[in-house]
Write a protein that binds this ligand. Structure first.
Ligand code: IPM
Ligand code: MG
Length: 357
């Protein structure tokens, strides 16, 4: 079981360190190798995704990823910015299926900004298509004005695009996932305005014919954004494109109390996967030891389940996370009166201890 460890930037290094501690107490034979990625790789090698890092990722069974990005790279040419590392990994490894489960643990019902009765028992699975859409559309660029007007450009454009096989395969992933849950899928689109998403909707409807046992409904993305805060428990599996999925998964994370709780898995057709917290590098709190490592620890559990075929170990980690929450340990993002505020490392230690006992 070969795992590439790519901590990245900002809080990435702190949270991944805790997840590695957790993996190490499982007493399993992992071969772990760490490499630079994102801004850290740019600083050392002049590129956010050096060939050596990409090679390591390709050869691994799974990748444990932290986060990338820092404002200080905002002025770099786009291909050199830290975010290109994660986008490049997704594209190069064909990691098209992104699973972002939003589960509200009962201990965190009061950490959510929504009323407890709206989020208690919440368990949504957002399935985000990850290698198409406007994120990877061509052409893209800026049209430079002849007289060198403001910022040297008069127009900028990105192209929203999906192909039939791309939509078909993510639709199948969603219907298959729903079969293991409550057999309901909501496909989120913007078919009332965008051709790309009428196409999406039509194809999801076609693929649905192969899954008569699963209920399908369609929802426009603006309405979905509203329903997520109005009545989140109406959703079970939500399938959507890359851009809408990016936005809705951040929104859904707040239902669970904190984006610091939301893990993710990005899988390709051969179940090789990249596992990362859904949150970013949070440069504002980096180095302070206050970040919540649970999203990354839960991502490591998903890694054991989906890529390493170790369901029992995955469940052990998830149980240990529930235990530390029940014990009252909270990082700042999920802290509330009457609980114990802990640092990133203390939270990692608490999970390690729960696993040992
Ligand atoms: C995410 C992040 C990334 C994305 C960024 C860092 C490129 O927001 O994984 O949700 O937009 O996909
Ligand atoms: Mg995002």
């Amino acid at each position: 079981m070969k795992i590439a460890i790519l901590p990245g930037d900002g809080i990435g290094t702190e949270i991944v360190a805790e997840a590695v501690k957790v993996l190490n107490v499982l007493d399993m034979k992992f071969e772990m190798e760490t490499a630079l990625v994102g801004g850290a790789a740019y600083d050392a090698h002049g590129h956010p995704l050096p060939d050596s890092t990409l090679k390591l990722a390709k050869e691994a069974d799974a990748i444990l990823f932290g986060a990338v990005g820092d404002w200080k790279y905002d002025t770099l040419d786009r291909p050199l910015r830290p975010e290109q590392a994660i986008l490049g990994l997704r594209k190069n490894l064909g990691l098209f299926a992104n699973f972002r489960p939003a589960i509200c643990y009962k201990e965190l019902v009061n950490a959510s900004s929504l009323k407890p009765e709206l989020v208690a028992g919440l368990d949504i699975l957002i399935i985000r298509e990850l290698t198409g859409d406007i994120y990877f559309g061509q052409p893209r660029g800026r049209r430079v004005s002849p007289d060198g007007a403001f910022a040297g450009a008069e127009e900028a454009f990105d192209t929203m695009r999906y192909t039939r096989p791309e939509v078909e395969r993510i639709a199948r992933v969603a219907f298959e996932a729903a079969r293991k849950r409550s057999k309901r899928v909501t496909s989120v689109d913007k078919a009332n305005v965008l051709e790309t998403f009428q196409f999406w909707k039509d194809i999801v409807t076609e693929v649905h014919k192969d899954y008569p046992d699963v209920a399908l409904d369609h929802m426009y993305v603006d309405n979905a954004a509203m329903q997520l805060v109005k009545e989140p428990k109406r959703f079970d599996v939500v399938v959507t494109g890359n851009m809408f999925g990016d936005i809705l998964s951040d929104e859904a994370s707040m239902l669970t109390g904190s984006i610091g709780m939301l893990p993710s898995a990005s899988l390709n057709a051969s179940s090789q996967g990249l596992y990362e917290p859904s949150h970013g590098s949070a440069p504002d709190i980096a180095g302070k030891g206050i970040a919540n490592p649970l999203a990354t620890i839960l991502s490591a559990a998903m890694m054991l389940r989906f890529s390493l075929n170790q369901e029992a170990a995955a469940l052990r980690i998830e149980e240990a996370v529930k235990t530390v929450l029940a014990q009252g340990f909270r990082t700042g993002d999920i802290y509330s009166d009457g609980t114990t505020k802990v640092s990133t490392a203390q939270m990692g230690e608490a999970v390690v201890k729960a696993l040992r006992s």
